[in-house]
Write a protein that binds this ligand. Sequence first.
Ligand SMILES: C[S@@+](CC[C@H](N)C(=O)[O-])C[C@H]1O[C@@H](n2cnc3c(N)ncnc32)[C@H](O)[C@@H]1O
Length: 233
Amino acid sequence: MNPTKPIARAASDKECLDLMHSLMAYRHEAIHSELMKIRDNYSMLHLDVLILIYHFAKFCSDAILEIGAFVGGATIAAAFGVRDSGQRKKLIVIEPGGSVKHKRLGTRNILRDLERNLAREHVANMVTLIKGQSFRPETISAVRQGLGSDQVGLLILDADAAKRRDIDCYRDKFAEGCWMVIDDIYGANANEKITLSRADVDALVKEGLLEPLGFYGWSTWVGRWCGGQPLHR
Ligand SMILES: C[S@@+](CC[C@H](N)C(=O)[O-])C[C@H]1O[C@@H](n2cnc3c(N)ncnc32)[C@H](O)[C@@H]1O
């Protein structure tokens, strides 16, 4: 992405400013240091993004779907949001597992570490973990079964570069206005993953299916789904 090029504008300025203001307010609350530990121990995402995931999970209607949980950083942030909402919300996460070389978070067994971390943070019983790739028919049907009649009010999408593929797999379950947190949108040395992710998100915005609310952290797009059914309130 060229940082000097104009970016798509769709959401109201007020909504974007409210989000920035909420983020600032959370920095003065206890959840800030709670999430800082989660970020340091388990997440590749920026702390600001984990705080927004917490915020959306706390206030969203309906269920939360995460694609690409890795060892649980964003999952735990979302679970804390659900916990602090005082409501029962389904939190369904998809992760195929494997190993990752990473200076801080390297692992030989993603699924083993994910399950251990969810248990360690006392959120394992809030999470439905679906082991598999997002686009496989058996994964899609497990997600549908888990959701039942619920719609998705927050999507956290941080898997591979195929953002549109994953959105297409689950879009009929997104509530109108479903919050979306999509990673891999920006990098100084734009690699293939970022170029493809960015192209998918830009196209969905152009088609009027996604509404941008801002860019946060290292590489994360935040916005809303505009192609779904009206929210049940
Ligand atoms: C960058 S990591 C996610 C980081 C995480 N959001 C965090 O808070 O640190 C991407 C994860 O997506 C998973 N993944 C890759 N392709 C996937 C797919 N098609 N479906 C589900 N998960 C996938 C990988 O195994 C990996 O654990």
